[in-house]
Design a protein around this ligand. Sequence first.
Ligand SMILES: Cc1ncc(COP(=O)(O)O)c(C=O)c1O
Length: 405
Amino acid sequence: MKSSKERSYETICAREWKSPDQFGSHILPLYQSNSFEAKTMEDAIEVFSGRAEGYIYSRYANPTIRALEEKLAVLEGLESGKKCYSLLTSSGMSAISTVCNSILKPGGAILIHPSLYGGTLEYFKTELSRPGHQILQIDLTDARNLKNYLKDGGVKPDLIFIETPTNPGLEILDISALSKCASSHNIPLVVDNTFCTSYLQRPLELGADIVVYSTTKFINGHGNSMGGLIVSTNEELIKKQLWKTMKLTGTNPSPFEAWVIYQGLKTLPLRMNKQCSNAREIAAYLQDKKSKVLKVNYPGLSTHKAYHLAGAQMKQPGSMLSFELDANLEQTIEFCNSLDFSKAPTLGDLDTLVLHPATSSHINITKELRLKTGVSDSLIRLSVGIEDHEDLIYSLEKAFSRAFG
Ligand SMILES: Cc1ncc(COP(=O)(O)O)c(C=O)c1O
């Protein structure tokens, strides 16, 4: 039997975080207030000066936001037993930009694996390079490339940024090998863990320094909020450095969004289990469509290049997959139109979502880089939902008949 301190991920998700209100409400109250009244001017000065913790202004801190931050930090450190600290932001992009704004030195460099969510890639290539930051791109699917680059004395980056699995190619990067190499050169490794959440993968336990999320996706899971999260075991980094950047650049979330995300989080394990099992069924189905599907990208398939690595660093292979049709652009669009899945440009919702990355998330990425990172005109991405998997396969079957005759 577990001791009361050793609650499981599922139990922590489902139960309320300690309710801070005076009436003992069962569900976390929504503190939809931009400021908090101090009892005395002296009390306010203590908080403003940082000598005392407390709530004074919601851009700095808010009890609803804090409850969600604490719960997510506990979940992230659950197995390692290491204390984690977290900071909620207004979106996934603001979590990423807060980390970069805070850590990159003037004229400094960021090293990336170029297969990334299109918005992140566009941010690096446009906004980050504007103030003179260098964007170094290396194929990090082989961790030895990082080792060789750093050994050869190339420009030393201020941070390394990766996603694993990557969006939308579902490549798997070796977090443990990359973090060993990065830390031996004192370079922080930042991992975007949006596709997995801490339920499936815990990059900090594998040696990463910072984890970022779009909570808009699986953590909320219901498609009704925007948010981002930064997590680390480094208290000073989160509570002082990154918090200050968030406070001064206004990348803070709203209490309402935090409250909505907090409600969605309660069912994360249930949703994830069903979504992963549906994704396995769909990946196997697509793999059998050999004459019409050139390639299925899903880390749960034994044909995936990094199947064993995925099995070692992820608890389940996730519910995101992509596949390449043996078709031109028009046929691919027709195929997507024929599916009865939502054509909403997001992921991690309850229902299955279809996306055509070349004309949506990666529309502002050059064709050359797009193709280099596997985002061809016939690549389709699915975020698999919790529906009955037979209904999903029926819809795919109909779309194949319509697009291919
Ligand atoms: C992997 C990944 N990271 C970050 C983001 C950005 O998140 P948000 O839309 O919440 O800013 C996205 C958005 O799709 C994403 O897929």
